[in-house]
Design a protein around this ligand. Structure first.
Ligand code: NAD
Length: 439
């Protein structure tokens, strides 16, 4: 099938490469000329495992092309996907400026019957709004559908190529059938292609993200309670996760969730609710708990260094991306932690396997913030090591080597990846999340 994808970010690029890999002819369009130039040279604008090989292979075989020329890429395409960003606006609502600009450019360019499919995460009612806007711009036949994306950064290729399910929102049965045909090879094993109306599909995406975020905030509150009552949240988590009704996923306490989706999608959902006079009390609490959780490491550092305070002490930070296996630093908890250390007067030496450049571009420079080429270089002379994102290479470090390099052997484990017992026997003072010594 001939497809066009508008927006070549984490979602658009993975989807474009994935559709091409199933034999479709895909043109990816972006307004960012530098990004398109890099992609044409086979350079990835983002870090995503497996992406470079997939893009290069499909580009070389002539099924995947990159361009800034939207008007030339839309006519004759059966399906045009909108995968542009829908960031948070000042009110918390999703900012739909990019989406409307892209959709209107598509509307002006379509020739012959075209499915315009929103892959971006958009508030309920956006599909209806697009239909109205497009009808003003074209007399060509079109149908607006919703196809929310559920891939996870860091595992995006596998999630896209083998999704647990594909959700389609459409009002027109022939549109549903065309999308079913497109996705059939992707859901061959599970067979899960779930068709519904557009509004329900739009809401499903927000409801999923809100549910996952709820589990995280729930566990963070349980972790904080564990510290008060002398329980170990890691034992509680395993006990809970073994209940088939609950399951083990998304029960990991930590430093609060970040990323380009959960925080903004929760605020957008709350905004949608407010507009309709609804009150989503649980989700409001999820947001509030997360804001508080992002301060937990800073508070633990302040308590450890009291009463003198951090002064000019050096703090090593491991992990800058919002989670492992990505260079995405949007809303990363590392931002809050580093800001807090700097505000308390400390110095930071940070390491991340891939996200240093993205973090520098996002955070800017600070005279007391520097970066190290290796995790061990980062801890040299440090008075504490703070782990923020749990990259594989941080999971089993050589504690003796770390201790020999540090000025003070103190660990703040923001993801509970280390054993408090091993840390203690290696001579460290250990702080986790919800892991106080049992009474
Ligand atoms: P992104 O910021 O990485 O990429 C968006 C791209 O759209 C950019 O390259 C930008 O230049 C381009 N763009 C903006 N306006 C354009 C226009 N008018 N024409 C052409 N291109 C344009 O965003 P992302 O992370 O890929 O997210 C895209 C959407 O998918 C968002 O709605 C997001 O919420 C949703 N989503 C993201 C993820 C994820 O893990 N990143 C997962 C599921 C859903």
């Amino acid at each position: 099938m001939k497809l066009c994808i508008v927006g070549t970010g984490y979602v658009g690029l993975v989807a474009g490469a994935g559709f091409a890999d199933m034999g479709n002819e895909v043109t990816c369009v972006d307004v960012d000329e530098r990004k398109v130039e890099r992609l044409r040279r086979g350079e990835m604008p983002i870090y995503e495992p497996g992406l470079e090989d997939l893009v290069r292979k499909n580009a070389a075989e002539g099924r995947l092309a990159f361009t800034t020329e939207l008007a030339a890429s839309v006519p004759g395409r059966a399906i045009v996907f909108l995968a542009v960003g829908t960031p948070q606006s000042e009110t918390g609502a999703a900012d739909l400026r990019h989406l409307f600009a892209a959709a209107e450019a598509v509307g002006r360019a379509i020739k012959g019957h075209t499915l315009i499919v929103t892959k971006s995460t958009v508030p309920v009612g956006t599909g209806a709004e697009l239909r109205t806007r497009l009808a003003r711009l074209t007399d060509q036949p079109f149908s607006v559908c919703s196809n929310p994306e559920f891939l996870k950064e860091g595992a995006a290729i596998n999630d896209f190529m083998r999704p647990e399910r594909v959700i389609i929102g459409a009002e027109d049965p022939t549109a549903t059938e065309l999308l079913r045909y497109l996705y059939e090879p992707f859901v061959r094993t599970t067979g899960r292609f779930i068709a519904m109306d557009v509004r329900s599909a739009e809401l499903t995406k927000y409801a999923c993200n809100a549910m996952l975020a709820t589990r995280i905030s729930f566990m963070n509150e349980i972790a904080n309670l564990c510290e008060r009552v002398g329980a170990d949240v890691e034992s509680v988590r395993q006990g809970m996760g073994s209940d088939g009704r609950i399951g083990p996923k998304f029960l990991f306490p930590g430093v609060g969730f970040g990323g380009s989706c959960f925080p903004k999608d929760i605020l957008a959902l709350l905004h949608t609710a407010r507009q309709t006079g609804s009150h989503l009390r649980v989700i409001e609490a999820v947001h509030e708990v997360n804001d508080l959780q992002k301060q937990v490491l800073g508070a633990k550092l302040a308590a450890h260094f009291a009463p003198g305070g951090l002064g000019n002490r050096q703090i090593a930070v491991w992990g800058l991306s919002f989670k492992p296996a990505t260079d995405d630093v949007r809303e990363s908890p590392a931002i809050d932690v580093i800001r807090e250390v700097l505000a308390q007067g400390g110095r930071v030496t940070a390491h991340d396997p891939v996200a240093i450049a993205a973090f520098q571009a996002h955070f800017g420079t600070h005279e007391r913030l520097s970066y190290a080429d290796s995790p061990y270089d980062a801890v040299r002379g440090a008075h504490a090591l703070v782990l923020v994102s749990e990259w594989g290479e941080y999971r089993r470090p050589t504690f003796d080597r770390i201790k020999a390099l540090m000025a003070d052997p103190v660990l703040f484990d923001g993801r509970n990846i280390w054993s408090p017992h091993e840390a203690a026997t290696s001579g460290f003072r250990y702080y986790g999340i919800g892991r106080s010594e049992p009474r």
